[in-house]
Design a protein around this ligand. Structure first.
Ligand code: GRF
Length: 213
């Protein structure tokens, strides 16, 4: 059973998906601590409702390293095996990333390496992509550049609003983040350079084409 620390800044729907997947036994793990850098993040309420210790650590008025040292102190206290960023809206410096490399994951709402950065659901819609998606990756020292663990693709229809696209992506985020953590907990992920090798990978095949005819 792995010990998971989750970092959030917002509503925490991915956090909830991870908690639920641990509680159901899908993930052989437990969320042992949640840290938010935003005081009013609803994810904090989710953590409390689930009986998980949660901390609010503001980044304001601190150097990046000072802020990260406070995160590290809590993560070490709870002896986490994996740090999952779930809507955590701060860039982490090499100081933090080097310490947790290989056990630090992020979810990004686009098919990387397309659309790194923020507000990318809207950017995909504006760009006019016909297929959007999401990515779980290990975090490296770049922004949204780390080794990719899993991706899911969704169609974007002509009459979609940007909000429709956001919600369609989010639905898949709630599947792929628990799956990535499950694979990690089972010891099935190996990083080889940029590539993540997955032991016992299911090869389902198929493809997504949009429009489909
Ligand atoms: C998700 O779309 C995630 O991919 C992005 O921020 C959003 C967080 O949503 N990084 P939530 O807080 O998990 O509901």
């Amino acid at each position: 059973m792995i010990r998971i620390g989750v970092l959030i800044s917002g509503s925490g729907t991915n956090l909830q998906a991870i908690i639920d997947a641990c509680n159901s036994g899908y993930i052989d793990g437990k969320v042992v601590v949640v840290i938010s850098n935003k005081e009013d993040a609803y994810g904090r309420v989710r953590a409390r409702k689930a009986g998980i210790p949660e901390y609010y650590i503001s980044h304001r008025g601190k150097s990046r390293e000072e802020f990260e040292d406070e995160l590290i102190e809590v993560l070490e206290k709870y002896e986490v095996d994996l740090v999952a960023l779930a809507g955590f809206m701060r860039i982490l410096s090499p100081h933090f990333v080097r310490r947790y490399y290989g056990r630090l994951m992020n979810i990004h709402p686009a098919l990387l390496p397309a659309f790194p950065g923020i507000n990318v659901q809207e950017k995909q819609w504006e760009y006019g992509v016909k297929i959007a998606g999401c990515t779980v990756h290990f975090v490296d020292e770049g922004t949204d550049t780390g080794p990719i663990i899993i991706q899911a693709a969704v169609p974007v229809y002509s009459d979609d609003t940007a909000e429709d696209v956001r919600l369609r992506i989010l639905e898949q985020e709630h599947k792929i983040y628990p799956l990535a953590i499950k694979l990690f907990a089972e010891g099935r992920l190996t990083i080889e350079g940029r590539r993540v090798i997955i032991q016992g990978e299911k090869k389902k095949g198929g493809f997504l084409m949009n429009p489909s005819e």
